[in-house]
Ligand binder design. Sequence first.
Ligand SMILES: NC(=O)c1ccc[n+]([C@@H]2O[C@H](COP(=O)([O-])OP(=O)(O)OC[C@H]3O[C@@H](n4cnc5c(N)ncnc54)[C@H](OP(=O)(O)O)[C@@H]3O)[C@@H](O)[C@H]2O)c1
Length: 161
Amino acid sequence: MLTFIWAQDEQGNIGKDNTMPWHLPADLAYFKKQTTGHTIVIGRKTYESFGRALPNRRNIVLSRDQNLSLPDAEVIHDKKEVLKLAETEEVFICGGAEIYRLFRDQASRLLVTKIGASFEADTAFPELDWSKFQEVSRIEGQEDEKNRYPFTFYTYERVEN
Ligand SMILES: NC(=O)c1ccc[n+]([C@@H]2O[C@H](COP(=O)([O-])OP(=O)(O)OC[C@H]3O[C@@H](n4cnc5c(N)ncnc54)[C@H](OP(=O)(O)O)[C@@H]3O)[C@@H](O)[C@H]2O)c1
């Protein structure tokens, strides 16, 4: 199964200058809780923005560069390898925009944090056929001095139609 996980602002934006446009530690904690112990798949640019593999997860990086090798992550070049893996386990697609676009027709579950604010950005979550998904849960986040924007964790599942 393929699960998408991401955070977006009110405009659907997800990135700026190869980093996140906001500081929201509660969302990072949610991401960690959801993905720890699982396989994550990220684009080469998102790997660079992390600066390293994320601990306690199998890290797979997608790149077209046949010469790329990373000290702490597996590099693959073909999305088919990810789809094969997703036949036997839940694989988390963790961005960025190019990678969400690449797998948007295969995603079964979407975990999206919607942030109730707008940020300067250069990267947006791609178009998706939302009519194929239904919301199954929503949990409101707690604003506090470290998490200064309203945010809600949504889960959607693909509906067969
Ligand atoms: N808000 C969130 O939840 C969230 C999550 C993740 C990322 N982000 C943000 O998103 C931005 C990065 O997104 P992005 O779209 O620019 O880059 P990206 O999706 O992280 O990486 C793009 C790279 O993936 C590789 N790639 C793409 N399609 C491929 C294919 N079909 N086969 C093999 N490799 C392929 C290429 O690497 P090569 O160039 O090496 O060939 C390409 O340059 C950053 O600002 C980041 O902070 C936000």
